[in-house]
Design a protein around this ligand. Structure first.
Ligand code: UT7
Length: 333
């Protein structure tokens, strides 16, 4: 009997309406469209506006759209994982809030945080539940309202990040398709280069932490950049070697959208032609856990059954990894 696998059977993305352009950023911090474009490839990003709006509000848009297009009722969903670094609140899990808003009543749900790698880590966690045979309809949603933890006086970080959400449905299959393999890593020593200093148990919120702007992202760009280029490329090569795949065998590389120069370097390293690399960073920036599902969503109509796809990510922590999957359906034009 064939192995029970988990296949993505639908994908949906969501971005908020407000467009923050490089031009507008020029009026907020000392920067230029030329600097941002040449260093990052980003032209604009989306920002979730509105009092009381959080990550779950974007996530639920993606989840509702996903349920509609896959023709699955909310009560049929067995499990929902939300990959996020910007939960609605410290607890309960944003996944619970999403489930509640989407009418998902028969599922258990939880959040996963591995910084920008959370979506991939969550996808494999969900895969294992589906492969057990016990879970038939599982949603993984990657969503981040990065604008809620960005210091808009820090020109080195505020130009990079944006807000978005994307969700996939996972269902069991006995065909040779779906999620085939993964390689994941963490290196906790890297946390010093990318983290949020206050608001956790070590340094709870206080007047001092607010005055010191410690509730925003702290990033040392250069070390993160160097780490990302090598490790994201290495793990992409590793997943291909493990599965006897050359770049000719891969139909699509879906890299975490952190910086166009990082994406280009990874693509060069695995000898992937530019037209087979999904890139939308110019329009959305780095949306953390929204990047990979948003790419799959925007390219869905071009994807064909049996396409070989490599997903690759890295993030704070450090965390990094790659997934090899075979796409399970033909996209509708
Ligand atoms: O998924 C999350 C993981 N994070 C990342 O992937 C980020 C990885 N790192 C990067 O993408 C890049 O390091 C950045 C885009 C953050 C920065 O680019 P860089 O080429 O590494 O620039 P840098 O930090 O070395 O700064 C070079 C110069 C500095 O000025 P001086 O000291 O040379 O006078 C910065 O102050 O550029 C300056 N600078 C800016 N200038 C104009 C930094 N940010 C800006 C800006 N506009 N927005």
């Amino acid at each position: 009997m064939n192995k029970l696998r988990a296949a993505i059977t639908g994908v949906q993305g969501y971005v908020p309406a407000y467009i923050l352009t490089n031009k507008e950023l020029e009026s907020i911090v000392d920067t230029s469209d030329e600097w941002i474009t040449s260093r990052t490839g980003i032209k604009e990003r989306r920002i979730l506006k509105g009092e009381g709006k959080g990550t779950s509000d974007m996530a639920v848009e993606a989840v509702n759209g996903l349920l509609l297009k896959t023709n699955i009722l909310p009560q049929e969903v067995d499990m929902l994982i939300c990959a996020t670094v910007t939960p609605d609140m410290q607890f309960p899990a944003t996944a619970n809030i999403i489930s509640e808003k989407a009418g998902i009543k028969n599922a258990f749900s939880f959040d996963m945080n591995a910084a920008c790698s959370s979506f991939l880590f969550a996808l494999i966690t969900a895969t294992k539940f589906v492969e057990s045979g016990q879970y038939k309809k599982v949603i993984v949603v990657g969503a981040d309202k990065m604008s809620s933890i960005i210091d808009y006086t820090d020109r080195a970080t505020c130009v990079i990040f944006g807000d978005a959400a994307g969700a996939v449905m996972l269902e069991p299959t006995i065909e040779n398709e779906g999620i085939i393999d993964h390689r994941f890593y963490t290196d906790g020593s890297g946390y010093i280069y990318l983290h949020q200093k206050a608001g956790g148990s070590v340094k709870p919120a206080s007047h001092e932490t607010i005055d010191a702007r410690e509730h925003f992202i702290y990033q040392e760009g250069q070390p993160v950049y160097k780490f990302a280029v090598t490790h994201m490329a290495d793990v992409s090569v590793e997943i291909m070697k493990r599965n006897n795949l050359s770049s000719d065998d891969i139909d699509w590389l879906v890299p975490h959208q952190a910086n166009l120069r990082i994406i280009d370097a990874v693509a060069r390293r695995i000898r992937m032609k530019k037209e087979k690399v999904m890139i939308n960073i110019q329009r959305y920036g780095n949306t953390t856990n929204g990047t990979i599902p948003m790419c799959l969503y925007e390219w869905e109509s071009q994807l064909k059954k049996d396409d070989n796809i490599v997903l690759s990510a890295f993030g704070g922590g450090f965390t990094w990894g790659a997934i090899y999957l075979k796409w399970a359906y033909n996209g509708k034009k």
